[in-house]
Design a protein. Structure first.
Length: 277
């Protein structure tokens, strides 16, 4: 049985249409409220009242904690798989969750992932791609038993890096991630812009300084804890952080605020201060 969860934080305008692309394929959809929802949105959601379960009280507890609440709730209801969705993600019309599970082995497959089309860019893969080092959280079917057995999501991280750390732990525990590219998920990644300077194209998501804080604090933590046991994943982290620093030098706005955020992130990392800022 498949349950779903979508974690809401000031939902986007396409939220209802995004839900429509997958709600019929799950037994129940958990809407975890990390912010308050408008009265108008509740009226629109009433269309799916038989399918929806609300969790959370509007207080932002972060991505990792919300996912753990959803995991435990779905497990208590007898579900075996949990579909994890971002509020700004949707499946294309031909994609079916049953296609994701067609060749799944519930004893070893911890994550069954669609092919992600992120801000219009899709990476071409073979029909199935086994055990990549990392997949983003949105659109995945995660194995509830395996996820709980390895401790769920790391709540120290709050938001950024949650998916990378979870995937590293899956691999280190001997489980697998499977990508099925016959199922396509469309995901909007922030306010992505590209700028050409000095013959080089700089691509940035234009995250605010708070997100810069979480990214640097959390990615440095993951790199420290796993650098000796997962070279691929920690190499990816170094690449992301170096690209962000290059963007900061040449194209980012609010540079001073972001420099302060990085400094705060380094201080909190050193002092072992994690969770919500």
């Amino acid at each position: 049985m498949i349950y779903g969860v979508v974690i809401c934080f000031n939902p986007c305008s396409n939220f209802i249409n995004n839900i429509k692309s997958y709600i019929t394929e799950v037994e129940k959809l958990i809407i975890y409220r990390n912010s308050n929802l408008s009265a108008d949105l509740y009226i629109k959601l009433n269309e799916f009242s038989s399918k929806i379960v609300f969790l959370g009280d509007g207080n932002n507890i972060g991505l990792s904690s919300a996912l753990n609440h959803a995991l435990n709730y779905a497990n208590s209801m007898g579900a075996t798989w949990l579909l994890t969705m971002d509020q700004d993600s949707s499946f294309n019309e031909s994609s079916k969750l049953t296609d994701l599970l067609a060749n799944a082995d519930k004893n070893i497959d911890a994550i069954i992932s669609p092919l992600h089309c992120i801000s219009g860019v899709t990476n071409a893969l073979s029909t199935e791609h086994l055990n990549p080092p990392w997949v983003m959280t949105s659109g995945n079917l995660i194995n509830i038993n395996i996820s709980l057995s390895i401790g769920g999501f790391d709540e120290r991280l709050f938001i950024d890096g949650v998916d990378i750390e979870f995937c590293i732990r899956i691999g280190n525990q001997g489980y697998f991630i499977r990508i099925v590219d016959s199922v396509i998920l469309t995901h909007a990644l922030g306010d992505v812009t590209s700028t050409c300077k000095f013959g080089r194209v700089f691509v940035t998501t234009n995250h605010n300084s708070i997100r810069w804080y979480y990214i640097f604090r959390n990615y440095i933590l993951i790199h420290k804890e796993y650098k000796r046991i997962d070279y691929q994943a920690t190499k990816l982290i170094k690449h992301i952080l170096l690209n962000m620093l290059m963007n900061l030098i040449f194209v980012e706005k609010d540079r001073f605020k972001k420099i302060i955020a990085i400094k705060s992130a380094l201080i909190d990392f050193k002092n072992n201060k994690f969770g919500k800022l």
